[in-house]
Design a protein around this ligand. Structure first.
Ligand code: FES
Length: 235
């Protein structure tokens, strides 16, 4: 497999995310339940298929989600500060009767799905109830940061959505902000100095330029009111 056909995201020092291998790019938007908690992701747009493209990492591009070179003019400092360890190395565990929940708080992007239906911890603690089990699995699958993973207690296997490799530009209209890039389907992500992060089914990359856990999103886009120009996020 050549470099051009291999699916991979490469981070440019103080620059964009370079995407190789014809990875589909879509836009997903959060919808709420009746109690106004984030409930599910709805597809809003599919971008034209491209073999290679560059996604903005600094938040300053005029052509978001794509890079237009403005990181150079804005003197963007994109230093990668995330821990270089596996997800489980820093995850706490909650044991329920049917499910186990692992929780790596470092990865939280504050999307807020985990608060629904009394909270995922409570649901896992009552996972011998079929509805609680089902809701906990849904919530974990919607946790785009990959902070939360539920595991079947009997098989000790993670219960994950079946994602094909793809990237989603996210919008969080219930918070009035644009969200991170949701990388799905275990696409390798290579740092600017050549380190390959653990490939996972769900992770979110910062595209506002302000995360303290780069390259991953840490929710700072909510506090700073990041807006990529999408009309739907205006309250
Ligand atoms: S997109 Fe930058 S902190 Fe979330």
């Amino acid at each position: 497999m050549t470099e051009k056909t291999k699916k991979i995201i490469k981070i440019v020092k103080n620059g964009p995310f370079l995407v190789y291998g014809g990875i589909p790019l879509i836009k997903l938007i959060i919808s709420e339940d009746d109690s106004r908690y984030p409930y599910e992701w709805l597809e809003k747009q599919a971008y034209p298929q491209k073999e290679e493209y560059a996604l903005c990492r600094c938040g300053q591009s005029e052509t978001k989600p794509f890079c237009d070179g403005n990181h150079e003019k804005s003197d963007f400092k994109g230093i990668e500060t995330a821990r270089r360890e596996s997800y489980l190395d820093n995850a706490k565990e909650i044991n329920g009767p049917d499910l186990i929940l692992t929780d790596n708080h470092d990865l939280c992007n504050h999307a807020g799905f985990c608060d629904r239906a009394g909270g995922i911890s409570n649901l896992v603690l009552h996972s011998d109830d079929s509805q609680a089990r089902k809701t906990a699995i849904e919530i974990a699958g919607n946790c785009n940061s990959g902070r939360l993973v539920v595991w079947d207690k009997e098989t000790r296997k993670p219960i994950e959505p079946d994602f094909q490799p793809s990237i989603a530009v996210t919008e969080e209209p219930e918070k009035g902000v644009s969200g991170p890039l949701w990388v799905r389907g275990a696409i390798p992500i290579e740092s600017a100095d050549g380190y390959t992060y653990e490939a996972r089914n769900r992770v979110t990359l910062c595209r506002c330029g302000k995360s303290s856990n780069k390259p991953f999103c840490d929710g700072t886009h909510i506090m700073t009111g990041f807006n990529d120009g999408d009309e739907s996020i205006k309250k």
